[in-house]
Design a protein around this ligand. Structure first.
Ligand SMILES: Cc1cc2nc3c(=O)[nH]c(=O)nc-3n(C[C@H](O)[C@H](O)[C@H](O)COP(=O)(O)OP(=O)(O)OC[C@H]3O[C@@H](n4cnc5c(N)ncnc54)[C@H](O)[C@@H]3O)c2cc1C
Length: 339
């Protein structure tokens, strides 16, 4: 059971900046995100694209913005719970009890939902057996490269992730790359590099094939793949990795009794509270008259929500407005020495 002042759902730019705004006023946050990395859409959808409308930064990429947001919250030593989805919330007295799909429980008077367009989830293998072996031979991301050392691996997919991992893992294991089309979608340079490795016998390529079956009892023994003409091939493998892209799902958020307007959560634009006391929504997921789905709006929304969180986290204290330039207590929280 993890106790905190605020539980933030979503480590996109909005959730990350909310950590900073909470930290400045002395509140501790824990952050949960379903992805394996922080940055939300900025990291997942456009890491290399330039952004031109972050106040005071004429140009930055999705990746560099995320890096700088992480640098800005370093003094607060925030815990991130990645690869984890918030599933359930329930009221317990004045607190909220929050449960994740990895059976972690948080207790907090405040929840800030910074869930963007919903949780990003990997597209999965369309086989029932794939569910049975998930995380025990069937994977949709590489958490620890070490796990795949000296194994027989079958990688499915035709985009950059599939090909990059095929190249990377071919250095430590035996890799078969399977794609349903003969053409790969990855960048020309990456496709060339993979084909070179095939020539050198370091990667085996099987196209146009799709998964047909997974066999094994407690562990995967082998799989079969099938092409459009019904031709079936058997491959001995220890594990399979699927890189079929991501889907975005509002998912469990719809089941928490919050008012919804299509895929968005209506909020009071004074403090970004939802219809439930202590639950706030900021960033792309919230809606109110005049809402702009921009990163800068999410930053403003997080700043105001943080001040309202203070009231519930410190009911016996009065919030005092202070500037970062001159406040000694803020400098202390930032680990700065006052001159
Ligand atoms: C191609 C592209 C270009 C863009 N360019 C610009 C631009 O130039 N300027 C600009 O201001 N904006 C731009 N945007 C929009 C901007 O990226 C979004 O406004 C911003 O990412 C919203 O941030 P967020 O933190 O609210 O949500 P997101 O970035 O979507 O992050 C939300 C996070 O919440 C997680 N999550 C959701 N539900 C759960 C759950 N139940 N449990 C755990 N985790 C969960 C998700 O996995 C995700 O990581 C662009 C968007 C795209 C797609």
């Amino acid at each position: 059971m993890i106790k905190t002042d605020v539980l933030i759902i979503g480590a996109g730019p909005t959730g990350l900046f909310a950590v900073q705004q909470l930290g400045l006023i002395g509140l501790k946050a824990e952050v949960v995100d379903n992805l394996d990395k922080v940055g939300g859409q900025c990291s997942e959808l456009y890491p290399d694209k330039p952004i031109y409308d972050i106040p005071g930064i004429p140009e930055c990429t999705g990746e560099s913005l995320t890096k700088n947001l992480m640098k800005q919250i370093k003094p607060f030593n925030t815990n991130f719970h990645l690869n984890e989805r918030v599933e359930q919330i329930e009221k317990e007295g004045t607190q909220w009890k929050i449960k994740t799909n990895k059976k972690k429980t948080f207790i907090s008077p405040n929840i800030i939902i910074a869930g963007g367009v919903g949780s990003f989830e990997p597209r999965k293998f369309p086989l029932k057996e794939a569910e049975k072996f998930e995380e025990k031979g069937v994977f949709y991301y590489v958490k620890e490269k070490k796990y795949f050392d000296k194994k027989k691996i079958c990688i499915f997919g035709g985009g950059d992730s599939a090909l990059d991992w095929a190249m990377e893992l071919s250095n430590i294991s035996k890799v078969v790359l399977v794609h349903r089309r003969t053409e790969f979608r990855a960048t020309h340079k990456t496709v060339e590099a993979v084909k070179n490795l095939e020539k050198k016998g370091k990667i085996q390529i099987e196209t146009p094939y799709q998964i047909n079956s997974i066999e094994g009892d407690t562990k995967i023994k082998n799989i079969t793949i099938k092409n459009e003409n019904g031709k079936i091939k058997k491959i001995d493998t220890d594990c399979i990795l699927g890189f079929f892209g991501l889907i975005m799902k509002l998912g469990p958020i719809t089941e928490w009794g919050l008012n919804l307007d299509k895929k968005y959560i209506p909020v009071n634009a004074e403090n970004f509270q939802t219809n439930k006391k202590g639950i706030f929504a900021i960033g792309d997921i919230c809606t109110y008259p005049g809402k702009l789905k921009l990163i800068l709006s999410g930053f403003h929304e997080g700043a105001l929500a943080a001040r309202e969180c203070f009231k519930l986290a410190r009911p016996n204290e009065k919030y005092r407005f202070e500037f970062t330039t001159t406040s000694k207590s803020i400098h202390k929280r930032l680990g700065l020495k006052d001159k």
